[in-house]
Design a protein. Structure first.
Length: 112
C-alpha cells in the first residue's frame, strides 16, 4: 500500500514538472515572438495588433520578474501562494498567462 502511495506521488510530481516545462516553453516562444515584433517596430513595420501582443508578453515577463524577487526571500513557499491568492481576491493576476490553467480574473467593476 505504501509503495502505491509513493508511485502516485511520483506520478503527480512528474505531471506537474511536465506541465511546468510546457509553460516555460510557451513563455520562451512568446518572448521570441515579442522580440521579433519589437524589432519590426523599430523598422516601422509593426501594426497595432502586433504591438498589443508584444506589450501583453512584456507585462507577463514583468510579472515573472516580480515573483522571482519573492522566490529569493525566506519563507517563499508560504508567501508566494498567499500573494497569488490575495491578488486573485483583489482582481489582479500575478502569474504570467502561460502558467494559468484558469480563465483570466475579471474585476467585478468591469461588467458595469
Amino acid at each position: 500500500m505504501k509503495r502505491l502511495i509513493n508511485l502516485k506521488r511520483k506520478y503527480s510530481f512528474k505531471q506537474k514538472m511536465l506541465s511546468f516545462k510546457q509553460a516555460l516553453a510557451q513563455e520562451k516562444q512568446e518572448t521570441i515572438e515579442m522580440l521579433s515584433i519589437y524589432k519590426k517596430f523599430t523598422k516601422r513595420k509593426a501594426n497595432k495588433e502586433e504591438m498589443k501582443i508584444a506589450h501583453t508578453q512584456y507585462f507577463d515577463l514583468l510579472k515573472g520578474c516580480g515573483l522571482g524577487v519573492f522566490a529569493l526571500l525566506p519563507f517563499a513557499p508560504i508567501t508566494i501562494p498567499i500573494l497569488l491568492k490575495v491578488g486573485r481576491m483583489v482582481g489582479v493576476e500575478l502569474m504570467p498567462t502561460s502558467f494559468n490553467d484558469k480563465k483570466p480574473v475579471q474585476n467585478p467593476d468591469q461588467g458595469k
